[in-house]
Design a protein. Structure first.
Length: 350
């Protein structure tokens, strides 16, 4: 097997809580709690889950914007060095496109200055004319012209601002780009344009993406493989086609059941509602973290923290009942609510 471009091994990111910000309470937020995955060169790994599942923290930790508490991160086979010099080198190999294109651009800097900044920091394309030519190339690459160089973010649409963010991310010719909800702040019509742009750039430049999103329809379009996260852990790992055709984990089933059919008259998935709120990562449930909301949960689920185990393919799922569920085991019967008393019965009770 070839060396993946990006590999995380038992990655952990914990944050201390309370005690005046010094963590004296002894409690920690287990934002990412032992996550392992690989991203093959030139491919896109989709990372999905509800808000608070730890998706964005993984992206930030890979770039050293949040320091990992434990585990290892390897880029092209070499373990990442989060020293000052190591981070400087990392910034030329891996970059990020953020969710809000307006917040990620300095309102006081022109488009040209924003795209040129990484070149100046890392000493690339030395000379005024060389850098000006490189900025023009980058703007052209993302579908903008050099006439945008002197404009400021407030003069651009949301889609144009995100194109500038992508151009800036490409400035140092990275191999890996982490895309953190890159289209969620955009209109639907613009979303498709940006996604098609990202796919074209991947094909032309051989880029590798870690695509973080909560919209499973977007992830299906962009990804080759998908990880489903819940409260800091991976619930399921599968190829895109396998996951969307036959999800194995109850949480994945619930997420996919909420996607409406794109075809008129198309067959809808059976709806599966998840009751309750996502647990706190400070004190997650014992055993399986999804058990408090899972329709298939049994007593053993409170005792066993299921590992991410391979199924009959290269896919993997963290569920002790995965085989039963795949074979068609029905969900547990919900308790029957007590009958509502009739008006005559209420009168007698009063």
């Amino acid at each position: 097997m070839s060396t993946p471009l990006l590999e995380a091994i038992d990655l952990q990111v914990h944050f201390p809580v309370g005690g005046g910000g010094l963590g004296r309470s002894g409690k920690v937020v287990r934002a990412v709690d032992g996550v392992s995955f690989r991203v093959e060169r030139g491919k896109t790994l989709g990372l999905v889950g509800e808000s608070g599942s730890g998706k964005s923290t993984i992206g930030l930790s890979i770039l050293g914007l949040e320091r990992p508490t434990g585990g290892r991160v390897l880029l092209d086979g070499a373990e990442l060095d989060f020293s000052r010099a190591g981070l400087r080198e990392l910034r030329t190999k891996a970059t990020m496109v953020f969710q809000d294109p307006n917040a990620s651009l300095n309102p006081r800097r022109s488009v040209g200055a924003s795209v040129r900044e990484p070149l100046e920091i890392h000493g690339l394309h030395r000379g005024r004319e060389a850098r000006k030519a490189r900025v023009g190339e980058l703007l052209d690459l993302v579908g903008l012209s050099t006439r945008f160089e002197d404009r400021y973010p407030h003069e651009l649409s949301g889609g144009q601002r995100q194109r500038v963010g992508i151009a800036r991310a490409l400035a140092c010719e990275p191999e890996l780009i982490i895309l953190d909800e890159p289209v969620s702040a955009l209109d639907v019509s613009v979303q498709s344009q940006i996604m098609n742009l990202l796919k074209r750039l991947q094909a032309e430049l051989g880029l590798t993406y870690l695509f973080i999103a909560h919209d499973l329809a977007v992830v299906e379009y962009m990804s080759h493989e998908v990880l489903v996260m819940y409260v800091g852990k991976i619930m399921e790992r599968a190829s895109r086609d396998s996951l969307y055709r036959s999800p194995r984990h109850p949480y994945t089933k619930a997420l996919l059941s909420a996607i409406p059919s794109a075809e008129p008259g198309g067959q809808e998935r059976e709806r599966m509602l998840i009751e309750g709120e996502i647990p706190s990562p400070i004190s997650p449930p014992s055993g399986c973290r999804f058990r408090t909301r899972c329709p298939w949960a049994v007593a053993e689920c409170a005792e066993v923290d299921p590992p991410l185990a391979a199924m009959d393919t290269s896919d993997a799922v963290a569920c002790i009942r995965a085989d039963e569920i795949a074979a068609g085991a029905p969900p547990n019967e919900a308790p029957t609510p007590p009958p509502i008393p009739s008006s005559e019965a209420r009168d007698e009770l009063s």
